[in-house]
Write a protein that binds this ligand. Structure first.
Ligand code: GLN
Length: 271
């Protein structure tokens, strides 16, 4: 019994030392435990990269970056680059389609692991999410009817501008011309339809989707002067720094071996 008591006392002293001795020399004894704990913590942090499924959020109304093909599958530059990244990280890619406006909140609340949607890096968005290295460039352009009196950006004053809600086109135009001159739509196709039936005078949107919409709708053209030039990147939660690093490493490898260029070239042949 005495022995047991002595052992228990010993154990108690050790325990007290672990808890109480913090940075005192006793920490040397505690070191292996601390390291093991740190390793375990690091593993937990690295978990997103090792998870079997990586969930990408997108808004599949933005050809050629993301759109629904004839078989109902979400395809495009972003879908293919994301699949290549997931492959490099040993994960399967799952794509969730949602409104563009919902993407950053979904990244923040963990509903998706990352958002990839021809998303422009902006200082304001950086307050809410982290961005990967950029993988493509975008340009905000103006679509007008072929017979429009709008000949350049200077003619936009006082006009009604159609935009996709929450996009940089929306943010710039609302800032430059005021809310009353900007009509928001849930996607670019609806904004273009509104342009076709005269509800708006022009649509400000990213150049590649603009080319697709103009090709699919007779009587429209894109102005030569661009509204703004931007960089596209992948949005990742600020709490997922390990995933961000792994995505950047994968992206760098996919840029270096020509995969990214090949995917972009497949969807934008002139590039
Ligand atoms: N590049 C624009 C933005 O980030 C539009 C993106 C989109 O509509 N998918 O706001």
């Amino acid at each position: 019994m005495k022995k047991i008591l002595a052992l228990a006392l010993c154990a108690l002293m050790v325990a007290v030392c672990f808890v109480g001795c913090g940075t005192t020399p006793a920490q040397t004894d505690a070191a292996p435990t601390t390291t093991a704990a740190a390793d375990a913590a690091a593993e937990t942090e690295a978990a997103p990269a090792k998870q079997e499924t990586l969930v990408m959020g997108t808004n599949a109304t933005f050809p050629p970056y993301e759109f629904v093909d004839d078989n109902g599958k979400i395809v495009g530059i972003d879908a293919e680059i994301a699949a290549a990244i997931a492959d490099k990280l040993g994960a399967t890619l799952e794509i969730k389609d949602m409104e563009f406006d919902s993407l950053i909140p979904a990244v923040q609340n963990g509903a998706i692991d990352f958002a990839m949607a021809g998303m422009t890096v902006t200082e304001e968005r950086k307050l809410s999410v982290d961005f990967s290295d950029t993988y493509a460039q975008g340009v905000q352009v103006v679509i007008v009817p072929e017979n429009s009196t709008i000949a350049s950006i200077d003619d936009l004053d006082g006009k009604m501008i159609g935009v996709q809600s929450g996009t940089t086109g929306d943010i710039y135009c609302t800032g430059d011309y005021g809310e009353d001159h900007v009509k928001q739509f849930t996607n670019g196709a609806l904004a273009v339809a509104a342009l076709q039936n005269g509800q708006v005078d022009c649509v400000v949107i990213d150049n590649e989707p603009a080319k697709n919409f103009v090709a699919a709708n007779a009587g429209l053209k894109i102005l030569d002067t661009a509204y703004a030039e931007e960089d596209y990147a992948i949005a990742i939660a600020k709490t997922s720094s390990e995933l961000l690093k792994n995505v950047n490493d994968a992206l760098a490898a996919l840029k270096a071996d020509g995969t990214v260029a090949k995917i972009i070239e497949k969807y934008i042949p002139a590039n």
